[in-house]
Ligand binder design. Structure first.
Ligand code: ADP
Ligand code: NI
Length: 219
């Protein structure tokens, strides 16, 4: 199989596997991350596009949240799938490392700054999908799926969450903007990612401004 066929096969595999079943990590999230990753890659040097595209497609293949905290489920699924496609070990290891090093929880934990250009791109692409218009939609969809309120003015956002607190937090959609979404712009690891984040960040700020004004009947 050539690289294009492997990428298309992987896309189909992920589409079948993720479907539309989880809050925030459905196939279309992966699709968007894949698209924006390719976009960022055009402006970065030394990117291995095959490795990048595979990592984008497989980055949420077995999220720990849906495997009872099993952090090995993802790496194992990635290896099994790519091995079956005849992908060589070097590429498989690169993809696994990118996926492991680019997750939000990994970036909250010390000593895990993504190093390779592909890892930095996937990190940024994944985070960009949590801000802007799409990010707003996802935050409300997530809160709804978890049976949480969209906003609770009596709850103060927790601005200094550890990775564990983040995983177990029960906060309303709007709180999540302060706890995570508004911090993402300053966490971008590529220049292009940062430029896109600045635009998407502005969308969040304008939205919050309007939302909170409407909440108190001011507009
Ligand atoms: P990632 O894919 O970066 O690991 P998460 O799994 O933390 O992201 O979140 C997936 C999506 O759900 C994101 O768009 C995120 O903003 C949203 N989300 C996560 N936690 C909350 C929350 N407590 N309230 C609202 N939205 C949330
Ligand atoms: Ni993701």
């Amino acid at each position: 199989m050539d690289k294009t066929e492997i990428i298309e096969g992987t896309r189909k595999f992920v589409e079948l596997r993720l479907g539309s079943n989880s809050a925030g990590h459905d196939y279309w999230h992966v699709y968007r991350v894949w698209q924006i990753a390719k976009q960022i890659a055009r402006n970065e040097r030394g990117v291995d596009n095959f490795v990048l595209e595979l990592a984008a497609l497989l980055h949420d293949i077995a999220d720990y949240k849906f495997h009872d905290g099993d952090t090995e489920a993802g790496p194992t699924a990635i290896r099994d799938w790519l091995k079956g496609q005849g992908v060589n070990k070097t590429v498989i290891d690169q993809v696994r490392l990118i996926v492991a090093s680019s997750s939000y929880n990994a970036s909250l934990e010390a000593d895990s700054t993504p190093l390779t250009v592909e890892a930095r791109i996937i990190h940024d692409a994944d985070k960009l999908d949590a801000i802007g218009a799409i990010g707003i939609g996802r935050a409300f969809a997530y809160a709804g799926a978890k049976g949480r309120l969209m906003y609770d003015p009596t709850l103060n956002p927790n601005l200094h969450m550890t990775a564990t607190e983040y995983r177990t937090s029960k906060s309303a959609a709007i709180n999540h903007f302060y706890e995570k979404l508004l911090t993402l712009k300053d966490r971008m690891l590529t220049k292009t990612g940062r430029e896109i984040a600045v635009k998407r960040h502005k969308i969040l700020e304008d939205f919050l401004d309007e939302f909170l004004a409407e909440w108190d009947g001011e507009r």
